[in-house]
Structures are given as C-alpha cells and as structure tokens.
Design a protein around this ligand. Structure first.
Ligand code: GLA
Length: 667
C-alpha cells in the first residue's frame, strides 16, 4: 500500500519560511519543532527571489544553512521548487510572463502564480532554477520529498493571451484531429460561428457571458493540461537529479476545482492537498471529510495521501477570519488522517509579522508558546506520534461512492444555463453529508472509476458525462447495486452537447423515467412535495417509463407528477431525484438507500460522531471524532492508542474529543 516513506511515523509539520526571520530565530524554531514533534517541513516554497538575486546569480547560503540545521535536528525537508513566485527582476525584464484575464487585463507582478503556463520564457527560467536547486540538494539526506511550485492554478488557472491561444490550438489539433471535428463538437453552426481556419479559434474572451459551451469546456480542459505539463516538466528535471519522490499541493474541495486534479494525482508519488475550512461553514468538519474522501477517491489504488496544508486558526483570505474552536485543530487533523492522510501539515510554522499573510494563523502563533494554539499543536504532535503504526494503512473499503467531475462542474457553472445560480459543490456535499452523519463511509470518485466494489453509487448534477463512463454507471443496477441519479446529470455528452429524446439522456433508460421540461424555481419560490418536504431551486416535469414514483410534486403546475422515482432491476435499483431536495429529505432518502443496500456503519452513533476505520495487515484502527458538545457512547473495543489503555466494549467519546482504537478484532 505504501509507496513513499516520508517519516518513520505519520508526518507532522508545515511550511517553514526561515528567510523571513533573523538567524537566531531559527534555533528557537527547531527547538520548538522538536518539542511539538515536527518531522517534516516544506522549505523554500517562495524562495526564488531570495536565492536567485539577479539573473543567474544565486546565493544559496541561507538555504544551505537551513537544510543543514533541519537535518541535524532530525527534521525532514519537503523541498519546494519556488516557481510559484517568480523574482521581481524576471517579471520586470519580461512583464509578458504574467497571465491575461478573459477581459484582456494582464495581471501585474505582486501576487503569486503570476505566470502564463504557455510562456516559454517563464518555463525556461523556471526549469533552469529547478535544475540548479535539484543539483544542489537532490542527494541531500534531509530531502524526503519534492514539492513542485505551490497550488498550481491558484491565480493562473486560465490565461487568455495570444500565446495561450496558439497553445490551445495545438492542444485542439491533438485532441480533435481536424477543424471539422472542432466545428461539429462545438456546434459552431449556431450564430454562424463556423471556423474556417485554426487561427480563428480564440480562448473565451470578453465579458458577454455567453461563450460557446463546447469551446468553453475544451478551454478549461486545455488549461488544466497546460498546468499539468508545467508540473511534469519540473518533475522531469527533479527526477534527473534526485531519487526523492515528487508531488505538488493540490486544492481539492467540494466544488469544481481550478484544474482537473483527478488527472494529476497519478503523476504524484503521493497525492497532496491543501484544505482550509470555511470559517462560516456550520458543518466544516463534513466539508473536510468530503475533501478527504475526494483525495482518497483520486489517489491511485486509494493509497494514503498527505494533507500538505491546513490552518491552526483563521486563515487571512476569508471575510472574517475567526480562530478555530478549542479541540478543532486536533479533530480536523485527525479527520484527515482517518480518511487516508498519512500526516497533517499546516500553513505555516511561525506566524509572519509582515507581508500579505501577516495575520494568517500558524503552528507557532504571534502570541507564542503560551497560546492555546501552541498547546494544541503540541498535543496534536503527541497524538500523531502515538499513531505512528497507522502510517501506510488503507482506509476501509467504502461500499458507497459519490461521482464528481470537474468538467461537469465547469459545464454547470458557465454560460447560459436553465438555472445560473447552481453551485456544483452543493448536491455532492448534501449527499455526502447524509452518509457522513450516519457513519457510512463513501469514496468521492471521478467518473472514470471502477464502480464494481460499490453497492450504492450516487451521481449528483453530473451535467456532462462521456458514453464509456455512463455505460459503467448504468451497469451498477444491472449487477444488483443501487444507482441514484439527480437532476442535471447525464444531460450532456462529453462535448457538452445536449443528449436528445428526454432528460437525462445518458440515464433515462436505466432510470425508467424521463423529463421533458425544466422548472427551475425563482428566487424565494418553494414547491412542496407530497412527502412533506419543500424544494427550492430546481424541479422538472417527469414521466414514468418503467419506474415507480416514490414521491411526487404537490404544488405548482407539476402537481401530481413524480419527483423521486425508483426502478427495480432484478436485485438492483435505479433512482431518479428530479428536484433539489432539502438536506433533511436527502437524509431520509439516504437512510433508506443505506438500509436497502446494507451499507455498513463504522459504528452506530448519533450524527456528529464521526467514525472511520483504517485497516493494516495486523490491526484495524477506529478513529472516533466527536464534533458535538455532548459525550457520545459507542460500542468498540481495543487499545486506545492515545491513552495507551484498553477500552470498550462500551466507550465514551467526550464532547469535542477524539479516540483512536486499535481494535481487538481485526477487520
Ligand atoms: C494557500 C497557499 C499558502 C498560503 C495559504 C493561506 O494554501 O498555498 O501559501 O497562502 O493558502 O491560507
């Protein structure tokens, strides 16, 4: 299961930016890192301009010293290529490195990732510096991992400049083969937009908000591939000089991501994620669980992945950056570990006093070691050390899956749509929430996955779906599983063209139900269903064609028509949910589906008690995280790894607390 070994146990640490501090502070840093149990730090992530001081002139002295200091103190280095932040001298000499927005505005220097993925000048300078870095440190025993750039796409996910336009055309030629194929795929007969030569093709530009959906989706795909190509170019240089594993920190969350990380993950030695909870999200622990389940779902063979960044408190980029509540640092970090991360890392080690991120939280906050955060950071380090044997183990195989796809998300959220306010993350997260509160594990997977292991597969608002993927999803009920498809799934093919003959074209036959008209609701409008639930945002006119109605519309011109349908196929079932059900209705439905499909619960407990198992060769490990403010009782037995004492079979997880049980009975 394990492919890379970054530390003897689970990884613990964060971004370390010694270049921001006087040398004497570094000694305190490593002393406190050791006190907290830190064993890996991401080093040099924005240190291009502080090493390559002028074109080709490098001063490695501080970095040499920092690497050595960490090594001598037994702290591993996750050495970053600093290419997210090109130096000022480079941006000044070549201002056209910067990406161009759709409205033609060229982003000036001053931020991060201010470079166009198609810029040859940027690529040349970046790879030159990466080669120098890799030559210098590639064989250093401190270097456990390479960290390419930083959040590729964060700031430069789409570049609309002329260079990108040319690169986009080359990509299209490879993908589509001919101009005729492009015209056909994008339906350019509409509005007379037929292309007569490649040069006429441009990235979506301007502000009119009605891009051709085929062009738009292809440009999104191209943009993801262009950034991936940059990652691969750096990786190739690193691997020429070093045997250390290579990764990059992704930004995987609930909605459509800036790039298609599912296609990136196989190119990393260990998939790595940056996850920040929304401070105003009332169910942030479930958002976290969703992101973690998505990381596992995209990691090849469900291998362990790594939480590369998270926060100990308020980030500084949200509107009101509230601190975490007591206990959340530990619960959130162990939540990621429970779901497959082989450690927990933060942005950043020591809170900066200056610069754009001067108010961002850190492992060592401005208030120092007398702070609550520091005490919890030390506590987390102790916990992680006690959980060392969990490293490399797999998360228990899930029996449920939720299918998510960035292409579907991009397609749903752009252009002229029946409802222009739908956010892609909403339905996947609502369905995940329903299983999460019941302690049912689910993988969040891309549509190209193998679905054979799953008893329940949920397909929420997957607007765009390729025929091969649709085929494998349709096979789920045929082989005795349960398939649930929501509104706006399978409405378009992989080219973003509507499938005709009744919605949802890709699934209507297997569902035994179809709809012919969309009735998105107006703002504030609500429609009742005959099971008592009240729907906002989305309804549609459904016809039965082999399925039975489970519940129907009780109002509006749809009254009397089916809202949720079910078709029995041998031992399997195919469900269609045509309305945007409120969370409580999804919870009820998911309870029924989970019971019918016999989905295992990790433990039986109240919602808010999170329970997930990791399974090793000799033991299984039950993570119990109590996100509620009352004690929760569960049945489980074994050695509590955090206290070192035997526990169970009746055990209590204190309000806001955590327990990790090495179970007596191996699963
Ligand atoms: C991202 C970046 C970090 C830092 C954090 C702040 O994750 O990768 O460098 O800016 O955000 O939350």
């Amino acid at each position: 299961m394990e492919r890379v070994r970054l530390a003897d146990g689970l990884v613990y640490g964060g971004d370390y930016n010694p270049e921001q501090w006087p040398r004497e502070t570094w000694d305190e840093d490593v002393r406190l890192m050791r006190e907290a149990g830190v064993n890996l730090v991401t080093l040099g992530v924005f240190a291009w301009g502080t090493v390559e001081l002028a074109d080709g002139e490098r001063d490695w002295s501080w970095l040499d010293e920092a690497v050595l200091l960490l090594y001598e103190n037994g702290i591993g280095v996750d050495l970053a290529t600093p290419t997210a932040a090109p130096p000022q001298w480079l941006l000044t000499a070549h201002p056209d490195i910067a990406p161009v927005l759709a409205d033609g505005y060229r982003e000036p220097a001053g931020g991060r990732n201010a470079w166009c993925p198609a810029s040859e000048v940027y690529r040349r300078y970046a790879l030159r510096h990466v080669a120098a870095l890799a030559e210098r440190y590639g064989a250093h025993p401190a270097v456990r991992l390479w960290h390419v750039g930083n959040e590729l796409g964060g700031g430069n996910a789409r570049c609309h400049c002329d260079r990108s336009a040319a690169d986009f055309r080359t990509w299209l030629q490879k993908q589509r083969g001919s101009l005729e194929a492009v015209n056909a795929a994008w339906g350019t007969a509409q509005w007379g937009h037929r292309y007569g030569s490649w040069d006429e093709i441009m990235p979506p530009r301007g502000r009119h908000g009605a891009p051709n959906p085929g062009l738009h989706l292809d440009f999104e795909r191209y943009s993801s591939d262009a950034l991936l190509a940059h990652y691969l170019a750096e990786k190739e240089v690193l691997e020429r000089h070093s045997a250390a594993p290579v990764t990059t920190n992704m930004m995987v969350g609930a909605g459509a991501q800036v790039v298609d990380y599912a296609s990136w993950a196989p190119h990393t030695a260990i998939a790595a994620n940056d996850h920040y909870t929304g401070v105003n999200d009332p169910l942030r622990e479930q958002d976290l669980a969703f992101a973690a389940d998505r990381m596992r779902g995209m990691s090849p063979d469900r291998r362990p992945w790594l939480l590369m960044e998270s926060s100990t408190g308020g980030p500084s980029w949200q509107r009101r950056n509230r601190a975490k509540d007591p206990g959340e640092i530990v619960r959130h970090s162990l939540g990621h570990v429970a779901r497959g991360s082989d450690g927990a890392m933060f942005f950043q080690w020591r809170a900066s006093t200056s610069g754009a991120e001067q108010f961002h939280s850190a492992m060592l906050p401005h208030s120092g070691t007398r702070s609550r955060v520091w005490k919890e950071v030390v506590e987390l380090g102790r916990h992680l050390a006690k959980l060392a044997e969990v490293r490399g183990t797999a998360v228990e195989g899930a029996k449920a899956a939720i299918v998510v796809d960035d292409a579907a998300g991009w397609a749903l959220q752009h252009g002229l749509k029946p409802h222009r306010g739908l956010s892609y993350g909403r339905e996947p997260r609502t369905w995940h929430r329903a299983l999460w509160r019941r302690q049912v594990l689910c993988d969040v997977v891309p549509p190209g996955s193998d679905f054979d292991a799953y008893d329940l597969v949920i397909v929420p608002t997957l607007l765009v779906v390729g025929e091969a993927d649709a085929e494998r999803l349709r096979a789920v009920p045929e082989r005795g599983g349960t398939l649930l498809v929501t509104y706006l799934s399978g409405v378009c093919d992989a080219d973003n063209q509507v499938l005709t003959g009744g919605f949802p074209g890709a699934f209507r036959e297997v569902l035994g139900a179809w709809s012919d008209e969309f009735y998105p609701l107006q703002e504030g409008e609500r429609v009742a269903l005959d099971d008592g639930s009240v729907v906002e945002d989305w309804t549609e006119r459904v016809h039965l064609d082999g399925a039975e109605a489970v519940c129907g519309y009780a109002a509006s011109s749809l009254a009397g028509g089916p809202a949720v349908t079910r078709r029995v196929i041998g031992d399997g079932a195919a469900w269609y949910v045509s309305a945007a059900l409120p969370p409580e209705a999804v919870d009820r439905l998911a309870d029924r589906l989970a019971a019918e499909a016999g989905l295992p619960r990790a433990v039986e407990a109240e919602p808010g008690l999170e329970a997930v198992r990791r399974v090793g060769d000799d033991h299984s490990y039950l993570f119990l995280l109590n996100h509620t403010d009352t004690d929760q009782n569960v049945t489980a037995a074994g050695r509590d790894l955090l206290t070192g004492e035997d526990a169970g079979p009746a055990l209590t997880v204190p309000a806001g607390g955590v327990r990790v049980i090495r179970e007596s009975v191996n699963r």
